[in-house]
Design a binder for this molecule. Structure first.
Ligand SMILES: Nc1ncnc2c1ncn2[C@@H]1O[C@H](COP(=O)(O)OP(=O)(O)O)[C@@H](O)[C@H]1O
Ligand SMILES: O=C(CO)[C@@H](O)[C@H](O)[C@H](O)[C@H](O)COP(=O)(O)O
Length: 470
């Protein structure tokens, strides 16, 4: 049987928590090469009307603006050759919209583009509105993944119980990347990959279906649940030329960002992948045929997430990655401002990284979990071993970077990596790519060689999936 023709040019997009990235991949003799890439911060954080300070929401207009800016920065002649689009993004979160009015297509400098219309904020994976008590009041899911705050289905339950009017205007929901796919292809019923469905909770990955009976019994609005498809499948075709990409380009079902980061670099089953972007993940692939246990162990820091072709990844998904450093930088900026000075955040990153490079033997110990962890939501950060000699910016930054890496490795210990035969660590994510101190700490903790990727890994992975479709 003849195989599918290889696409000439594929656009990969990653809608991350901090930034949107896009990469153009072209077919070459030895696989695919990244012809162009681009990244834009979304600056999308916004306050939550309903959940107050516990909420973590993002303005979808700002995310789409960053996406439009990214695409406008890519060369038109290359975009005109795009036949396939692969999209990934931040998992777990949920956005609601009105099927018949989710967006408006308008003419922008580089051709038609869409803008959000009747769309809610994105309630992200960082959202903290569902307390442990609230979560334990919900029906028990039939899933191997423990339900946590920030998971799409938990957020829907929260609205249902605390602010039911909020849900009334909407008749569709998805992750932010499902929303983009639905708008590009004008899908009346959004479609979601099993990777993202598993990240919402109340999803059985073995039979690839929602816990519809359990949800219906408790009055959950099941009409908001997207259809589910396999990662690598096609969701539809673009209904309009988009920033020069011809109408009719095939759009893949949206994927998880961490699976795409892994896909962009993992070549051997003996590789572990460490990704540090806003969050941080340490991952290994499970043996072929592995099936997760029927029920989760809520105290375990390791989760099994669907990958591709029925495979699973074991992942320590930390809620404390680059966001810890971003919070530190923000704190320094605010203190500086309070003292009557102004320093831009990029300059603070440059200075603290430089200062920490000069301090590699800090005894200061920072346990950096300011955002808690899903398996230990109430264990927040702490600082110990504070000596007068270790108080400089360099000492603190060094200790923070070390703490982030140590915390992640406490969730999936090096010993377990060795036992499973890991021989190499592949480093990805732009927080790692841009921070030499973090890289030094990674190299210090692992007794394996560490190899680094580029800083648009998930976008590249999403595009590669489109190339490799059978
Ligand atoms: N100028 C900088 N230098 C070094 N690291 C930075 C800089 N700006 C941001 N970062 C780090 O990058 C992280 C965001 O990475 P990014 O890849 O944009 O995230 P995401 O994929 O989640 O959108 C921030 O949390 C911060 O730790
Ligand atoms: O929480 C998990 C998996 O459970 C994360 O690994 C998952 O990839 C989420 O998408 C991230 O937390 C968000 O990704 P990023 O923006 O930090 O890259």
């Amino acid at each position: 049987m003849a195989g599918r023709p290889t696409p000439a040019c594929v656009l990969g997009i990653d809608l991350g928590t901090t930034s949107v990235k896009a990469a153009l991949l072209v077919g070459a003799e030895q696989g695919q090469v990244v012809a162009e890439s681009c990244s834009r911060e979304t600056q999308a954080h916004t306050s939550s009307l309903e959940a107050g300070p516990q909420g973590m929401e993002q303005n979808v207009r700002r995310i789409i603006r960053a996406l439009n800016e990214c695409l406008a920065a890519l060369p038109q002649q290359q975009l005109q050759k795009v036949t396939h689009i692969g999209i990934s993004g931040q998992m777990h979160g949920i956005v609601f919209w009105k099927k018949d009015n989710g967006c408006k297509w308008t003419e922008c400098g580089t051709g038609p583009a869409f803008e959000p219309e009747e769309v809610s904020h994105l309630i992200t994976w960082q959202d903290g509105r569902c307390s442990p008590t609230f979560l334990s009041s919900l029906p028990l899911p039939q899933s191997h993944i423990s339900l946590a705050t920030g998971f799409g289905c938990a957020t829907v339950y929260w609205y249902l119980k605390k602010s039911p009017d909020f849900l009334k205007p909407y008749d569709a929901a998805g992750t932010i990347h499902d929303y983009v796919v639905a708008m590009l292809c004008d899908l009346k019923k959004p479609v979601m990959s099993v990777q993202n469905a598993a990240s919402w909770g109340y999803f059985n990955s073995r039979n690839k279906s929602w816990n519809t009976d359990i949800l219906k019994k408790s009055g959950f609005p099941v009409h908001l649940l997207p259809e589910v498809g396999d990662p690598g499948g096609i969701a539809g075709s673009t209904i309009c030329a988009w920033h020069g990409i011809p109408k009719g380009a095939k759009v893949g079902i949206a994927l998880g960002d961490f699976q795409c980061s892994v896909y962009s670099c993992l070549t051997e089953r003996t590789d572990a992948v460490l990704n540090i972007s806003t969050s941080a993940q340490l991952t290994i692939s499970m043996p072929l045929g592995f099936q997760p246990p029927e029920t989760p162990d809520p105290s375990s820091a390791v989760t099994y997430f669907p990958y591709f072709n029925g495979d699973y990844l074991a992942v320590a998904a930390s809620l404390n990655g680059g966001n810890v450093l971003a919070t530190f930088v923000d704190m320094v900026a605010r203190w500086t401002e309070e003292l009557g000075l102004q320093v831009q955040e990029p300059a603070i990153y440059t200075k603290i990284i430089k200062a920490a490079l000069a301090q590699n033997d800090s005894k200061l110990s920072i346990h950096p979990t300011i955002f808690g962890e899903r398996h230990l939501p109430e264990q927040l950060a702490s600082v110990t071993n504070i000596a007068v000699s270790d108080l400089s910016l360099g000492h603190v930054t060094r200790a923070l970077c070390r703490g982030i890496v140590e915390n992640l490795c406490s969730m999936l210990p090096v010993q377990r990596l060795m036992e499973t035969g890991v021989r190499r660590v592949l480093g990805s994510g732009s927080a790692l790519a841009r921070n030499e101190v973090l890289r030094q700490e990674v190299e210090r903790i692992f007794p394996f060689p560490v190899v680094y990727g580029k800083d648009v890994d998930a976008a590249v992975g999403a595009a590669m999936v489109m190339f490799h479709r059978k």
